[in-house]
Design a protein around this ligand. Structure first.
Ligand code: GLY
Ligand code: MN
Ligand code: MN
Length: 427
């Protein structure tokens, strides 16, 4: 649980960053049409949620900065029995005033009129530049006095980079659910026939444990399907003697988990699969061990490439030594993506990797970074020995940077070959 006090202190920190005599407007997410008259499940805008903790659509937060002081106002959908009959209860202005530590709460219907009033004589406007054009247009209707317009999300993103203890607790809870889901997948895989059945087992565990959603669409990719990085069809038959790459993580109370495990389809790894798997695993462990405050993500990236070059050479997949492999980027064909990314309210957290001077931001206590080295060997890559073709392996953990090093938040999700095989045979 994030307390109302914490949300209030986040708004205060944002206000501190705003120029004097300015106004910041941040909108809730809109509902998105799935087809005709049905919507996708609603998901609140992460920045709006970060600053308000409010989950309803048709809402907005306005922060007005004077000389030094600031005021914050929340706009919420009014109580409306007819609308509530179809779409569920609204909190309404009266209850919102009790719950939120803002200066005032108004009906969302009054937003435009109120903005016109609040924007009088303001010199700067802040909003999230990813805002859809129709809303930007409304904001700009009152811009006569503005001399500058800034992207509010630059301020919020920087704050989101460092997680509070309450945020870390939610991520840890997401991890316990995701752990159960991956372990269930390891136990069930050999008894199932299709990728989507395995996906269903995983997502059942998410929902059963109060994580209503996945943090991203699960990837359940058997054999060569794992070599499509964003494979989400999950509709192929589970073939024997293949590896299944499972990249799945639940979202719990808006916080993500992002875990990949690669497991055998029928309980045990073949010898070539073991060789590739242990190569990736040893790289992953070595990179995680490098993590501590001050280290750069680009150092982890480079080291993972160097180590994978060595693995590829050892397995005879490339002939070149480390130096040539790095210089010619020979690893890229087999490891084309990054070592990891920030994670939090979003699976790929919208937080910066570089500062205002375009300098890379070093790791600091409270950040959460995924570590996900991989090797992908296409089924038709005739440069590689046949035994390794059609195998894609990624191993991904979520790492919290601590004062002195790191905490692997997903260390309880098994990844050693004997542990995975033991779980598979315990079904
Ligand atoms: N699941 C998306 C990623 O690993 O980045
Ligand atoms: Mn990831
Ligand atoms: Mn992932």
């Amino acid at each position: 649980m994030i307390s109302e006090k914490e949300y209030a202190s986040r708004r205060k920190r944002v206000a501190k960053e705003l120029k004097n005599n300015s106004i910041a407007v941040i909108f809730a997410a809109d509902n998105k049409v799935r087809s005709n008259d049905t919507n996708y499940p609603y998901r609140q805008n992460s920045n709006f949620y970060y600053l308000s903790g409010f989950r309803e659509d048709s809402s907005a937060l306005v922060i007005v900065k004077g000389k030094k002081s600031f005021e914050s106002f929340l706009f919420v959908h009014k109580k409306d029995p007819k609308e509530e009959l179809w779409n569920g209860k609204r909190l309404g202005v009266k209850e919102a005033k009790k719950r939120f530590q803002v200066d005032d709460v108004f009906e969302y219907d009054t937003l435009n009129a109120k903005l016109k009033e609040l924007m009088q004589n303001k010199k700067a406007l802040y909003y999230d530049f990813s805002l859809e054009y129709s809303k930007v247009k409304v904001l700009k209707r009152y811009t006569k006095s503005f001399v500058a317009i800034y992207n509010l999300s630059h301020i919020v993103q920087k704050m989101r980079l460092i997680k509070s203890p309450a945020e870390i607790a939610l991520i840890k809870h997401a991890m316990t659910i995701t752990k159960e889901a991956h372990h269930q997948a390891m136990q069930k895989a050999s008894s199932l026939n299709y990728e989507y059945e395995l996906q269903a087992e995983i997502e059942y565990v998410f929902k059963k444990n109060g994580a209503y959603s996945d943090a991203y669409t699960s990837i359940v990719a058997c054999g060569d399907n794992a070599n499509t990085l964003h494979y989400i069809n999950n509709d192929a038959k589970l073939q024997k003697k293949q590896l299944i790459l499972i990249d799945a993580g639940c979202e719990y109370q808006y916080y993500a988990s992002d875990i990949t495990r690669t497991i055998p389809s029928d309980g045990s790894f073949t010898q070539p699969q073991k060789e590739l798997y242990n190569g990736v695993l040893s790289v992953q462990k070595q990179i995680i061990q490098m993590i501590r405050p001050g280290v750069l993500r680009s150092q982890l990236q480079k080291k993972s490439q160097e180590l994978l070059c060595q693995v590829l050479k050892k397995l005879g997949i490339i002939q070149a030594g480390k130096k040539k492999c790095m210089k010619k980027e020979l690893f890229k064909k087999y490891y084309p993506h990054g070592i990891g990314h920030w994670m939090g309210l979003d699976v790929h957290d919208e937080a910066p990797y570089k500062d205002e001077k375009n300098k890379e931001i070093p790791l600091q206590e409270g950040m959460v970074l995924t570590i996900e080295p991989a090797l992908y060997i296409a089924h038709d890559d005739t440069n590689v020995a046949k035994k390794y073709r059609g195998i894609g392996i990624r191993i991904e953990d979520d790492i919290l940077i601590t004062a002195t090093g790191y905490e692997n938040l997903s260390c309880d999700i098994v990844k050693e070959i004997d542990e995975i095989e033991a779980l598979a045979s315990s079904h």
